[in-house]
Design a protein around this ligand. Structure first.
Ligand code: ADP
Length: 464
């Protein structure tokens, strides 16, 4: 049963985790799809943004500079590095103008969000008998020609363009001045970086995320509720079994004694002996009382603080408690129990239903005896603190662990002592005691340490 329960919980947790991971995976996939769609849409909207005369002429004037610098390069007046430096300087001087126009164009497209843009140069190659790569000098190098300054990570490519054109330059390197031709290939890439891209995509997914969150929370809630109910059900089952075992056990002894006593009454010798009849009848009477007490206990467990029909009267605390202890001692029969008292010296009035309150005190006193070993010593101490009267019942018995203390006042709860209960009981005494004390607007608590003993405290309001 235990392993079945363990597997049920384990499988439920695994299923729950699997479902959560699938949900997480689906959300992630949706995010990727949405993000790609969003980037594609943005790309489409800004793709032809530089099909613009003003921008064309700016790019052309940079192209003109490139051409001039290549002529110098071809005539060995400058090297590649210088060439690059010069065309970059030219680009920088044109950039403000380019960016202004670009921004204006971007604005007119009313995207509804911000983005950064740049045009990068990926390569510049002079084609001839031997190709001459002006740029890049290192692999994967690129430089910003126009636009904003930002790194390429978290950025997206808008388009890649290649221009291939034929140019001429005047070669002055030999004795003759001749016009030479060359082919130039320039590769550029337009790159954009959408500001707050993640949050925009997440905002677009808000409905899905909220829906998923609600479903997830509902799943957690249902899972938690099911497990709680299952555990509770299991506890109730165990309590039920315990209770049936206990009550059977409790009823067996008096019934067996009753059986022996009544059988005895049928025996001729006993019938002839009035003393023996009296003895048997006392036994029958006592066992009858015991069974009645058990039935009362079971019946009373259906009562709780709200429906205990109290009939309260004004009671003087000390004489009342002395009377209760007197009765209790009478019922102890042969047991050797020392009861010490330490009563609050002044007159204190309480408002009690004597019948019920005595039952509550008897329960605690019974337990103090039941869960102690000889020599048994119980101390009853009363104190007054402002408006509150406290009755402390202290024993030096087996004590109660901190974990058991948490459930001590629950219906049917008994502290498990291995598999066997050394003392008989139904686990109803403390539950009923608490209900009675609560009905008196009071509270009951316990302070205990295993092996050292327990002190049960009843606190009720004073009557003034
Ligand atoms: P019962 O005595 O019929 O089992 P109770 O409700 O009176 O039921 O007590 C519940 C449990 O609390 C007991 O089974 C016992 O284990 C523990 N208990 C109660 N009083 C004491 C005590 N004075 N010392 C140690 N254990 C106690």
């Amino acid at each position: 049963m235990k392993t079945k329960f363990f597997w049920l919980i384990t499988v439920s947790i695994v299923v729950f985790l699997a479902l959560s991971s699938i949900q997480g995976y689906l959300i992630y996939n949706t995010y990727t799809l949405k993000r790609n769609a969003f980037i594609d849409k943005t790309r489409d909207r800004i793709l032809k943004i530089d099909y613009n005369q003003e921008l064309d002429s700016i790019v052309d004037s940079w192209g003109e500079e490139l051409k001039n610098q290549i002529a110098d390069y071809k005539n060995h007046r400058i090297n590649k590095k210088e060439l690059l430096y010069r065309i970059k300087i030219k680009a920088d001087t044109l950039n403000d103008q380019y960016y202004k126009v670009y921004k204006r164009e971007l604005h007119s497209r009313k995207l509804g969000y911000e983005l950064n843009y740049k045009k990068n140069i990926k390569s510049i190659v002079i084609f001839g008998k031997e190709n001459d790569t002006i740029f890049p000098l290192k692999k994967d190098e690129s430089f910003r020609l126009f636009g904003a300054d930002f790194t390429n990570d978290k950025a997206n490519s808008v388009s890649v363009s290649r221009t291939f054109s034929q140019f001429e330059y005047i070669d002055q390197t030999g004795n003759d001045i001749i016009t030479q031709q060359y082919n130039l290939e320039v590769k550029a890439q337009d790159i954009m970086q959408i500001i707050d891209e993640k949050s925009i995509v997440f905002r677009q997914m808000a409905g899905l995320l909220i829906g998923s969150l609600i479903i997830f929370l509902a799943m957690v809630g249902l899972f938690y509720y099911s497990l709680k109910t299952l555990i509770k059900q299991k506890k109730i089952n165990a309590i039920k079994t315990d209770f049936i075992n206990n009550i059977t056990h409790e009823l067996k002894t008096p019934l067996a004694t009753l059986g022996i006593a009544t059988k005895g009454l049928k025996v001729k010798e006993i019938q002839d002996d009035p003393e023996a009849i009296k003895h048997s009848l006392t036994i029958i009477d006592r066992q009858n009382d015991r069974i009645q007490k058990l039935i009362d206990q079971v019946m009373s467990n259906s009562l709780n603080a709200e429906n205990i029909p109290l009939q309260r009267t004004q009671v003087l605390a000390r004489p009342y408690l002395e009377e209760v202890l007197e009765d209790f001692k009478m019922g102890l029969q042969h047991q050797n129990v020392l009861i010490k008292t330490d009563f609050f010296p002044k007159k204190v009035f309480l408002r009690l239903d004597k019948f019920y309150f005595t039952t509550a005190l008897f329960n605690l006193l019974d337990n103090a005896v039941k869960y102690s070993e000889d020599p048994i010593e119980i101390t009853i101490k009363t104190t007054v603190d402002r408006n509150q009267f406290t009755i402390a019942i202290q024993d030096h018995g087996m004590g109660i662990s901190k974990t058991a203390q948490k459930n001590l006042f629950d219906k049917f709860y008994r502290v498990p002592q291995g598999d066997v209960y050394q003392q008989k009981g139904l686990g109803l005494g403390l539950y009923y005691t608490e209900q009675i004390v609560n009905a008196h607007e009071g509270e009951v608590s316990v302070d205990s340490e295993p092996g050292k003993g327990s002190t049960f405290l009843i606190k009720i309001p004073l009557y003034r």
